[in-house]
Write a protein that binds this ligand. Structure first.
Ligand code: CP
Ligand code: NVA
Length: 319
């Protein structure tokens, strides 16, 4: 569906990247997530999407995204359909525009996890219902909304904090974190080995937006420089889904980029550690860090549920 940025409501919009939302809109999602989290904790029902259906297309594996969208839709009074690309006609070559137009006749929203970001854009262009990006090779916006929620809950603010991402600067998490930090006024330094720098266009746009929001968006090849005085330390796998064949090469290339006790010592005393999961202990993160006192990875995983409910409610029912 085509986004109309002139309307102030989020109803009917797509959720393809963090960058397409204003700071105010991101805070609206976060507030709605906090509100619904409270309702759920108090066992107060909140069936904002009664009778609505979400189609969920998966071309890659998922635990958190699949279960949190499905459980979230159920908690909102609606239902979700899990559609593996192996089982639907997309897997046999049915064009995306046809799939978008057909699904729009049955359901109220479509969530898709796929490879090329252009595929999600094409789906959104032809669908008459909101399309949500559940991860592409270059963006993971629903995860980053949950990350912002987690940092906000633990720190009481986002603006003015100093965060770093240590790992593959060209992956979906790095890109969406750059966009998310820039939107909310949080410093973000990405540290990656040579050859794994963020996409130039995404980085430049985030830097520009960061400057407007009084925060610093930067890149370095030094993990130590990135971690220095950080409030939030984030990492992700070195080989993302679809990059399995490069695993050995990447293990070699990312040598020295593990988030471990030596690196974490440079961060602030009360730093938070985030990882979208699944994690590989002993590779991108030491077990003592992900299982240690600064880690909030399971709060972060839980917050996928609350963030996704906020996204679905705002897009399908209104804010
Ligand atoms: N973090 C995340 O997206 O997890 P899944 O791949 O399990 O959905
Ligand atoms: N960068 C990872 C994130 C997994 C949730 C991947 O794409 O595999």
């Amino acid at each position: 569906m085509v986004n109309d940025c002139t309307i102030s409501t989020l109803k009917g919009r797509d959720f393809l990247t963090i960058a397409e939302f204003t700071t105010e809109e991101i805070h609206t999602f976060l507030q709605q997530a906090l509100d619904m989290k409270q309702l759920q904790k108090k066992n107060i029902s909140h069936p904002y999407l009664k009778g609505k259906t979400l189609a969920m297309i998966f071309e890659k594996s998922s635990t958190r995204t699949r279960v949190s969208f499905e459980a979230g839709m159920y908690q909102l009074g609606g239902s979700a359909l899990f559609l593996s690309s192996r089982d639907i006609q997309i897997g046999r070559g049915e064009p995306i525009p046809d799939t978008a137009r057909v699904l729009s006749r049955y359901v109220d929203g479509i969530m898709i996890r796929t490879f090329a970001h252009q595929k999600v854009e094409e789906l959104a262009r032809y669908a008459d219902v909101p399309v949500i990006n559940g991860l592409t090779d270059t963006h993971h916006p629903t995860q980053v909304l949950a990350d912002l929620l987690t940092v906000y809950e633990h720190k009481g603010t986002l603006k003015g904090l100093k965060a770093c991402f240590i790992g593959d600067g060209y992956n979906n998490m790095a890109h969406s974190l750059l966009e998310g930090a820039a939107a909310v006024g949080m410093d973000m330094t990405v540290a990656s080995p040579e050859g794994y720098e963020p996409d130039k266009t995404i980085f430049a746009a985030a830097k520009e937006r960061g400057a407007e929001n009084s925060c610093k968006i930067s890149f370095t090849h030094s993990p130590q420089q990135a971690a220095q005085d950080a409030d939030v330390v984030i990492t992700d796998v070195w080989a993302s889904m679809g990059e399995e064949a490069e695993k050995e090469k990447r293990l070699h290339d990312f040598n020295g980029f593990q988030v471990n006790e030596d690196l974490a010592r440079l961060a602030k005393n009360d730093y938070l550690f985030l990882h979208c999961l699944p994690a590989h202990r002993g590779e991108e993160v030491a077990a003592g860090i992900i299982d240690g006192p600064h880690s909030v990875v399971f709060d972060e995983a839980e917050n996928r549920l609350h963030a996704h409910k906020a996204i679905m409610k705002c897009l399908m029912e209104g804010n």
